[in-house]
Design a protein around this ligand. Structure first.
Ligand SMILES: NC(=O)C1=CN([C@@H]2O[C@H](COP(=O)(O)OP(=O)(O)OC[C@H]3O[C@@H](n4cnc5c(N)ncnc54)[C@H](OP(=O)(O)O)[C@@H]3O)[C@@H](O)[C@H]2O)C=CC1
Ligand SMILES: O=C(O)[C@@H]1CCC=N1
Length: 263
């Protein structure tokens, strides 16, 4: 996810002064323009030695890695309030949990992007912690907007459901493409044709949803001829025990997992 965001920053001349990526090749196209470090302490030491005080630090490690990374940032944050804004994209990890591992008064923003960020088509929801000023918020907004649309909310508790809907959501859509391909093959389509049709249908339907102002249910009805094929398929998918309950259960499970990753 951090890699996707870095691609967007490169395209918009928002180049970071340091990138920490333990196993990335320094010649990799997305990092070759930046100083690449294998670990956070080395990056912090190099920035301090160069007298570079970043305006923002983006945390894009797995929540499970945060305990190892956060304390190493302390020398850059100084007394917290006067330091850079820390922008986290970690699932679940709350502002309070981040604050507990950083110098008192650190300025924090928690956010949840999604992988269409890689092509500038992501959507991110962000919440600002105490003391984040307008300049810091605008900087975070610019960094996140390089990945697509940005929504700011006041209520941090919403981030768990956001994660379940838009953070994890691309995976549900990709799963649909996988299942459609498999089902087409089962109905006798050559596998390559089934793959082409499944991909084009998912991406085309998404593009149509994006291009038109209509609600999703109106677009669905427009496909559904009375007594036709779609009606038969939807009578299976829309049975309460099928997609309505499966999607609801899936989003609830992801929301609960996000809460469990709070830290
Ligand atoms: N994947 C997604 O769709 C989304 C993910 N997120 C959040 O983004 C974060 C990253 O997830 P994801 O991109 O999937 O995971 P990845 O494993 O792809 O990325 C994790 C990154 O952290 C780096 N890293 C690992 N250990 C350290 C360390 N000790 N110090 C510094 N950097 C380290 C890895 O470097 P290397 O690869 O070189 O080891 C890698 O670049 C998570 O917190 C996740 O919740 C948020 C929204 C969507
Ligand atoms: O699966 C995860 O935990 C991350 C957060 C949202 C998408 N991927």
């Amino acid at each position: 996810m951090g890699q996707a965001m870095l691609t967007g920053w490169n395209a918009r001349n928002l180049a970071p002064s340091a990138v920490v990526a333990p196993s990335l090749d320094a010649g990799h196209h997305a990092v070759s323009r930046h100083d690449l470090f294998r670990d956070t302490p080395s990056a912090v030491a190099a920035l301090l030695e160069a007298g570079t005080r970043p305006a923002a630090i983006v945390l894009a490690v797995k929540p499970q890695k945060a305990d190892a990374v956060l304390p190493a940032l302390a020398p850059l944050l100084g007394d917290g309030a006067a330091g850079p804004v820390v922008l986290s994209i970690m699932a679940g990890r709350t502002l309070a949990a981040l604050a507990a591992q950083l110098p008192a008064g650190s300025r924090l923003v928690r956010s949840m992007p999604n992988t269409p960020a890689a092509i500038g088509r992501g959507v991110t929801v962000a919440v600002a912690g105490a003391g984040v000023d307008t300049v810091q918020r605008n900087l975070c907004d610019r960094l996140l907007r390089a990945a697509g649309a940005v929504e700011w909310v006041e209520n941090e508790a919403l981030l768990d459901a956001v994660t379940a809907v838009s953070g994890s959501g691309p995976a549900y859509v990709f799963l649909l493409a996988e299942l459609l391909e498999r089902a087409g093959t089962a109905q006798g389509l050559p596998p390559a044709l089934a793959r082409t049709l499944a991909r084009a249908t998912v991406s085309g339907a998404g593009a149509l949803l994006d291009a038109l102002p209509d609600d999703a249910d109106a677009l669905r009805r427009a496909v559904t001829s009375p007594g036709g094929t779609t009606e038969q398929a939807l009578s299976v998918l829309m049975a309460p025990e099928n997609w309505p309950s499966a999607v609801s259960d899936a989003v609830r499970a992801a929301t609960e997992r996000s809460r469990a990753l709070a830290g």
